[in-house]
Design a protein around this ligand. Structure first.
Ligand SMILES: [Fe+2]
Length: 230
């Protein structure tokens, strides 16, 4: 059991713990509605991609997460340790897919509604202090994100030292798996851009900054800093 527990990643532990606490009264995960229309992000991201990405891809992560959690609870009820361990990767992957996409939708907003505009405040100040300018930060994020082998995410995070950081995670791994708080995620899976950009993903990375909801990112930064101080 000790060995098995050590193999748990942070995400699986969190999800397993919440499943255990909620037990039979746990509610199923659901896909959150978008705060905007499917065509909000055009021409940077088409309505076609948004509809597929949100309604199909995200929905599949949620459906698979619910199934895996049900199976986990059933294995737990039977004290079936091997059965629980066998579900960790499915819970991690689909739980990460759910959490990461939930952040991603909030990180985005149309250009006409303020997309791409970083206003004065603590986050802007910190970006300038660490990276010199927003432009230079975007180059760091784009460079690292373009270097992902296979599928994954590029992230602006607050690291455990309270500094901004740019990291990538593979597949649906979450920044919390390495102790970082996610502020802004860039979905680098092919499903996020291929219908619009084909194989030219660097154009997707370049354009996505036009539809970043910096108000949301700044709020996440303020919240994360406050949490560190407490
Ligand atoms: Fe995605």
């Amino acid at each position: 059991m000790l060995v098995a527990t050590r193999t748990l990643t942070t995400a699986a532990k969190q999800i397993a713990r919440s499943s255990s606490v909620l037990g039979s009264i746990r509610t199923k995960h659901t896909v959150p509605d978008l705060d905007y229309d499917y065509n909000e992000l055009e021409p940077v991201i088409s309505a076609k991609i948004m509809k597929l990405h949100h309604d199909k891809h995200h929905a599949t992560y949620v459906a698979n997460l619910n199934v895996a959690e049900e199976k986990f609870l059933a294995a737990q009820a039977k004290n079936d340790i091997a059965g629980q361990v066998a579900l960790y990767s499915a819970i991690n992957f689909n739980g990460g897919g759910h959490v990461n996409h939930t952040i991603f939708w909030k990180n985005l907003i149309g250009e006409k509604n303020g997309g791409g505009q970083l206003h004065e405040g603590a986050l802007k100040q910190k970006i300038i202090e660490q990276y010199g300018s927003l432009d230079q930060l975007t180059q760091v994020v784009n460079g690292k994100t373009a270097g992902i082998f296979g599928s994954g995410w590029g992230w602006l995070t607050l690291n455990p030292k309270g500094q901004l950081d740019v990291i990538t995670t593979a597949n649906q791994d979450m920044p919390s798996s390495v102790g970082h708080v996610p502020l802004l995620g860039v979905d680098a899976w092919e499903h996020a851009y291929y219908l619009d950009y084909n194989n030219v993903k660097v154009d997707y990375f370049k354009n996505i900054w036009r539809v970043i909801n910096w108000k949301d990112v700044a709020k996440r930064y303020d919240d994360a800093v406050a949490q560190i101080k407490n």
